[in-house]
Design a protein around this ligand. Structure first.
Ligand code: ZN
Length: 273
């Protein structure tokens, strides 16, 4: 029972904001990597306790956030996908989970909220609004790999419950900013959702380990998980903020006749809205 674990940085407990924590030049980047890597280890621990025989960890944060030196040696680490989606996922995996993930752009009461970067207002596939989680979850659906587990900020755990209610979740911090912020420029949105109430990293790891173990146990005993329904053809619509105030928003539409992985892999071609 081989499991895939996607990781991001902004949804980990103790990672307090974007600019001081999440970039290579950030003052607290190394501490943030440590928090994220230990959360990944907690999930790996739970997966093996629940019956996993192999775990592949994907370092999905833009600038990287897994510290290989600290990673549980039972797991293998994946980083770098020249072909893009599905980011190393394939149908040999029995299930997929997430740690350190944040909610999609426009989510209220979320922390360091964005999709890919702070320039997105929204991304949708066939009118289903999704974020980074949803994009890979749809790839997993096409590959028939069930979503079994997801941990990150609480608003993200709710996003998971909306899209894949059968998955086990753990919420490790809660954002405190109301409103969507759709009217903002990229830089204004980047500065927006930076307040949160965090669990201690240690407490977060305990919750993550327990949820991951529950998920793996359910899978190991043959429980069938749901699948997000897919219906070709696929249209992706990206809506983007202006860089400067007074500039127009832009929108990009791409279609693929048969494959959601295919449409997610197409380049964007934004035009004024
Ligand atoms: Zn992200």
């Amino acid at each position: 029972m081989k499991l895939y674990l996607m990781t991001d940085m902004e949804g980990a407990a103790g990672v307090l904001n974007h600019d001081d924590w999440c970039m290579r030049t950030s003052q607290f980047y190394e501490m943030g990597r440590e928090f994220l890597t230990l959360e990944a280890n907690a999930a790996i621990e739970g997966f093996f306790a629940g019956g996993a025989t192999a775990v592949s960890v994907a370092d999905g944060h833009g600038q990287g956030a897994i510290n290989p030196k600290l990673l549980d040696p039972r797991a293998e680490l994946m980083r770098g996908w020249p072909q893009g989606y599905p980011l190393g996922l394939d149908s040999s995996f029995a299930g997929i989970g997430w740690v350190g993930q944040h909610a999609k752009a426009g989510t209220e009461y979320s922390h360091i909220t964005h999709t890919q970067w702070f320039n997105y207002i929204d991304l949708s596939i066939n009118n289903l609004s999704i974020g980074e989680f949803g994009q890979l979850a749809l790839c997993a659906a096409e590959l028939k790999v069930p979503v079994i587990f997801a941990a990150g900020e609480e608003a993200f755990a709710e996003e998971v419950k909306d899209l894949t209610p059968w998955a086990e979740t753990a919420g490790v911090k809660r954002g405190v900013t109301p409103g969507k912020g759709d009217e903002l420029t990229t830089d204004q949105y980047r500065a927006r959702n930076l307040g949160a109430v965090h669990l201690s990293p240690e407490r977060a790891r305990a919750l993550i380990c327990q949820a991951a173990e529950r998920a793996a146990r359910r899978l190991a005993r043959g429980e069938s998980f749901g699948q997000i329904p897919l219906k070709a053809p696929f249209e992706r619509v990206g809506r983007f903020r202006p860089t400067k105030e007074g500039e127009p928003r832009t929108v990009s539409r791409e279609t693929h006749p048969t494959s959601v992985i295919g449409v997610l892999s197409l380049p964007f071609n934004p035009k004024p809205e």
